[in-house]
Design a protein around this ligand. Structure first.
Ligand SMILES: NC(=O)c1ccc[n+]([C@@H]2O[C@H](COP(=O)([O-])OP(=O)(O)OC[C@H]3O[C@@H](n4cnc5c(N)ncnc54)[C@H](OP(=O)(O)O)[C@@H]3O)[C@@H](O)[C@H]2O)c1
Length: 284
């Protein structure tokens, strides 16, 4: 049976634990530290942060202390951060990365992502902005300070602006929740060998209210959150649920001991838009 430490291969040969722990909106230093520590204690080995979350330092302190306590090695833990959308372009991306490394004080990151693409909607030179940002990302990757690079919130037309460059993104982290599978982007990524990660995998809690999902939860004897995370995993999408509540952190990790039938997968696929954020990359 898979566990939180089970890894899958990325397109550059490195590997990533199959479910991650999200840290958005855990800004308070003590909360960020204690919830990441809790997640690590409970077996999570994949932590997702970003410069924008203003918690890189506390997240990283929790990871470093966990390692110092002898509970894991640095290699056991997969750490992601991201360059924010105000820092796109070659020079700014390099500077943003330096700042992240200063905050986190780790020898390396496992994954560094471009948090949002540049878009025609707000940048006349959006294609070049994406290419220049990606040039910096490739340089960071080639320096050995990150094990893999990727993107986030890139739809196929954004990916097309960089897909011919030397390094193909290893990951695209996009919003996925029931009613918002983003199938076109998922299919594009899978065709190109890009792993899709799901942000807001639970629709920030809203998805949990859906009646069909509640019915399936009773049918499988699982919680609604577990049904949703399982649906994402069976679509080969890597979910990053966030919770500061210890019982939920545990609940979100117990998704490897059951399987949804293909009929139930299809039924969830067919849910109309429900709990998604409504924030897209082509908006200013
Ligand atoms: N790349 C991007 O642009 C982007 C954007 C957004 C998020 N992200 C990443 O994705 C991660 C997850 O997304 P998210 O934080 O937006 O939303 P989410 O994980 O879908 O939902 C988090 C919310 O659901 C609640 N929750 C979690 N597990 C639950 C459970 N088992 N039962 C009931 N409620 C539960 C949490 O409450 P409590 O915490 O109070 O327990 C919290 O309010 C983020 O933390 C971040 O790392 C990335």
């Amino acid at each position: 049976m898979d566990t939180l430490a089970t890894r899958i291969k990325l397109n550059n040969g490195t590997s990533i634990p199959i479910l991650g722990y999200g840290t958005y909106k855990i800004k308070d230093a003590a909360d960020a530290y204690s919830s990441v520590k809790k997640a690590l204690d409970l077996g999570y080995r994949h932590i997702d942060t970003a410069a924008f979350y203003e918690n890189e330092k506390y997240v990283s302190n929790a990871i470093k202390d966990f390692i110092a306590e002898g509970k894991a090695t640095r290699e056991d833990i997969f750490v992601t951060s991201k360059v924010w959308k105000t820092e796109l372009g070659y020079d700014k991306t390099l500077a943003a990365f330096e700042k992240t490394m200063d905050e986190m004080q780790l020898d390396y990151l496992d994954l560094y992502l471009v948090h949002w693409p540049s878009s025609y909607a707000f940048d006349d030179d959006w294609k070049n902005t994406n290419r220049n940002t990606w040039k910096a990302m490739m340089e960071i990757y080639k320096s050995g300070q990150v094990k893999a690079i990727g993107v986030s919130n890139f739809l196929p037309h954004h990916l097309e602006t960089i897909i011919d460059m030397d390094v193909i993104p290893a990951v695209d982290q996009i919003e996925v929740n029931p009613g918002f599978l983003q199938k076109e982007t998922v299919d594009y990524c899978h065709e190109k060998g890009i792993l899709v990660e799901a942000w807001s995998p639970l629709g920030r809690g809203k998805s949990l209210e859906h009646p069909l999902l509640q019915e399936l939860a009773s049918k499988y004897g699982k919680s609604v959150a577990q049904i949703i995370l399982r649906w994402e995993i069976q679509h080969d999408i890597l979910p990053l649920p966030k919770s500061v509540t210890p019982s939920r952190i545990v609940e979100n990790s117990e998704v490897f001991d059951f399987e949804l039938s293909s009929d139930d997968m299809t039924a969830i696929d067919e849910i109309p838009p429900y709990g998604n954020s409504g924030h897209g990359p082509d908006e200013a």
